[in-house]
Design a protein around this ligand. Structure first.
Ligand SMILES: [Zn+2]
Length: 389
């Protein structure tokens, strides 16, 4: 698959725009500074005028003794904090022989439009939406490869389930999250050019790269944070994949490692009874009616008994809107308290764990090989073709 210079140009037009953006921002800031000074001067002037008028009025009223009038103190114009030096875009080193011209039909949820994009162009939006741009570059590269794999699977198989005219959509609950250019600008108002270049680097320096098993691209599932151990695919979804095994994820340090969710006894009882009418929980009998029956080796709840019903941990997670199926609970006089670890389904790569590994010095391939058991790496059009069996 030949990769046209035009395509490269198109992608790097973003860079040029980013540079223009920096210039505009600088000008804007200068203008704002000037305006602030003007407003401050006007405020001082008006305050002085008011003082003079007050004094005149008091004197005119014939006050024999001139009372001291407390002059209102005009607040000093607050000093603008010195902005952090804006980082310049970082260089992107592209292996042009790895760049391909695969296109993806993307349904944009926000606008309802169907947009055809080059895969790498699309992935820039995905990666920007999926991981914080402040993550380590190797973790962002790992994310780029995982997202590319996920996209290739969509192209090879059915495409988006809710928008059949598209290969993939931007609804994260259906396909994959995606940040439009406007959203990316809003995300990094101060340092758009820098962060944009970071994302471009991650996507373009892994151009065309996918994880393969038996020469075929894998279903590279990923999640925000595992809470310590990822999960075997069949414990969450129906399919068992040998490359989606539970592995330890020791370097997570995100805010989801220990989250508490509290329900009143009534809230909990009502929620569960509404979702599972066979449960028939009673507010006063929860201690005897609710219990974790079994857990997977990862610690995630496999099955929970709720009165007259038994439900899998993954379903309880959804019903109670918990971050994770890795939870414990306690019942007090008034409340039912859940403690969860991690965020997401727990299958495949943990994004937070990937960043932790990158901090420890791991490369993106080491990160991916850790979370996806037994995978090899290959380039679209060179090592495999998307639509080949
Ligand atoms: Zn979709």
């Amino acid at each position: 698959m030949a990769f046209s210079q035009r395509k490269i140009h198109e992608i790097f037009v973003h860079f040029i725009r980013a540079r223009d953006y920096t210039e505009t921002m600088k000008k804007k800031k200068k203008k704002q500074k000037g305006l602030r000074f003007l407003y401050a001067s006007m405020a001082v002037f008006v305050a002085m005028l008011v003082c003079v008028l007050v004094l005149l009025v008091l004197n005119a009223k014939g006050g024999k003794s001139v009372r001291t009038v407390e002059v209102p103190v005009t607040p000093e114009p607050t000093a603008t904090p010195t902005p952090r030096p804006t980082r310049s875009p970082i260089p992107v080193d592209v292996d042009y022989t790895a760049v391909h011209d695969t296109r993806v039909k993307v349904y944009i949820k926000e606008t309802g439009e169907l947009k055809e994009m080059y895969m790498e162009e699309y992935l820039i939006g995905v990666v920007a939406a999926e991981v914080p741009a402040a993550y380590r570059i190797e973790a962002i590269k790992a994310q780029a490869v995982a997202a590319r794999c996920y996209t290739v699977r969509k192209l090879r198989h059915d495409g988006c389930a809710t928008h059949p005219e598209a290969n993939i959509c931007t609804d994260s609950s259906c396909c994959q999250a995606y940040a439009t250019e406007e959203e990316r600008e809003a995300q990094w108002p101060e340092e758009y050019p820098y962060y944009f270049s970071v994302i471009c680097k991650a996507v373009m320096e892994t151009a065309g790269e996918c994880m393969l098993v038996g020469g075929r691209p894998i279903d590279a599932m990923y999640h925000a944070s595992s809470g310590g151990w990822t999960e075997d695919s069949e414990n969450v979804y129906k399919n068992k994949y040998n490359y989606l095994r539970s592995v330890e994820s020791p370097y997570e340090d995100d805010k989801y490692q220990n989250v508490t969710v509290t329900f009143t006894r009534r809230e909990f009882t009502e929620k569960i009874n509404a979702a599972y009418p066979d449960a028939k929980l009673t507010e006063k009998g929860l201690e005897n009616e609710v219990q974790i029956e079994s857990t997977f080796p990862s610690g995630r709840v496999e099955s929970m008994r709720l009165g007259g019903t038994k439900q899998p941990g993954t379903k309880i997670k959804k019903t109670l809107k918990l971050y994770s199926a890795l939870f414990t609970f306690e019942i007090t006089d008034d409340e039912v308290i859940f403690h969860t670890k991690g965020y997401g389904h727990g299958v495949g790569m943990s994004q937070s764990g990937a960043n932790g590994m990158a901090k420890q010095g791991a490369t993106y391939r080491q990160i991916l090989s850790h979370y996806y058991t037994g995978v090899k790496f290959g380039i679209i059009g060179r090592d495999f073709n998307i639509y080949d069996d």
